[in-house]
Design a protein around this ligand. Structure first.
Ligand code: SP5
Ligand code: ZN
Length: 345
């Protein structure tokens, strides 16, 4: 399988994130992508290339222009507030929740930081915009290979994307790489695109982007939001809105779920995807379902990921894989590459 690797990913390197009242070292670190790259090379999974250049128009198909403008300038604005900020990651402190306005774009940087985010665990750093942009280009390049007839392609990038919505960042995500790829497939003439999100955390950003659409079906298997991040979305009764009713499917599972039960949800998800008669599949490939993951609660083991790849292949669809979460750094390479190898067998 061909991999499109974001060689610029290292310029996004958060120092700390807010967790239980403390700033703790980031879980979402550059080494994650490097372990996956090394495993791809060691196991000779296929060619590894750099992304093609794309202008921002494909990003603007799923993100608002005021959000993209904010991201493009955020770091410079942060440093302009205080030159000492160059040594610190930027975090939001204020959020416009219920009863506040979101139509006004405040002049204050802090106020806009909160307007365009939903958690304090997602540091914005000097290289965030450059890394995220190159990552979205990886997703677009992978989609272009599939459009040209490749059976599958893998966008290996960080920061991840599936928590980023039309106009917000969060959950370590800034640009929604999977949504950008799915929209690009649609814009190139694929009538129906299925997105399957197998990260431990509900793909709230992707769901939000496609919630009222019947041309992109979104399915997510994830930790029950009653107890798991992102808490406020990902319940089974979220089925889509308006013309999109019936094209959103959430399969939450309790913390502690093991592979046999998880796989039943996967088979059920694939049944729904088959019924949708998609022309292409985008997989949000999170590996934080692994038993050793430090921030998640399922108990999948490394060999299980081969079987996941085999199950995904049986959908018989041209497939774009997009790297998402997975924080057991030393094992994330073997787990990711097992999915891809299982798929190609
Ligand atoms: C892409 C992705 O996987 N984003 C996940 C963002 C999760 N951020 C919140 C982490 C909450 C951690 N709860 C930890 C319990 C650790 N003992
Ligand atoms: Zn995750």
């Amino acid at each position: 399988m061909l991999t499109v690797f974001n060689h610029l990913h290292t310029v996004h390197h958060g120092k700390v994130e807010m967790f239980r009242g403390q700033l703790v070292p980031c879980f979402e670190v550059p080494a994650r992508a490097d372990y996956v790259l090394r495993e791809l090379q060691e196991r000779n999974l296929g060619p590894i290339e750099s992304p093609a250049e794309f202008d921002g128009s494909a990003f603007a198909r799923v993100h608002s222009s005021r959000y993209l403008d904010f991201l493009a300038n955020a770091w410079d604005e942060w440093v302009a507030l205080d030159p000492a900020n160059a040594e610190r990651d930027a975090f939001p402190s204020y959020w416009p929740i219920r009863t506040f306005r979101s139509d006004v774009l405040p002049a204050s940087f802090a106020a806009r930081m909160g307007l365009f985010s939903y958690d304090a665990g997602t540091p914005l750093t000097s290289g965030t915009w450059r890394a995220a942009r190159a990552g979205a280009c990886c997703a677009l390049t992978a989609a272009s290979h599939v459009l040209k007839g490749a059976r599958a392609a893998f966008a290996l990038t960080r920061p991840p994307g599936h928590h980023a919505g039309p106009d917000f960042f969060g959950g370590y995500c800034f640009l929604n790489n999977a949504a950008i790829a799915a929209q690009a497939l649609r814009d190139a003439g694929v009538d129906r695109v299925a997105v399957l999100d197998i990260d431990y955390h509900h793909g709230n950003g992707t769901q939000a982007i496609f919630y009222d659409r019947a041309d992109v079906q979104f399915t997510s298997i994830h930790g029950d939001p009653h107890t798991e991040y992102p808490y406020y979305l990902g319940y089974a009764d979220e089925r889509g809105a308006g013309g999109g009713l019936g094209f959103n499917r959430n399969l939450p599972l309790p913390r502690g779920t093991g592979f046999e039960q998880w796989r039943e949800a996967l088979i059920e998800a694939l049944r729904g995807i088959a019924a949708f008669k998609a022309g292409a599949l985008v997989v949000s490939l999170g590996l934080d379902t692994f038993e050793g993951d430090p921030i998640a609660g399922f108990t999948l083991a490394t060999p299980d990921y081969l079987r996941i790849g085999e199950d995904l292949a049986r959908a018989g669809l041209p497939t774009v894989f997009v790297f998402e979460g997975g924080y057991a750094v030393a094992e994330v390479g073997a787990n990711a590459v097992n999915v891809l190898e299982g798929f190609m067998q």
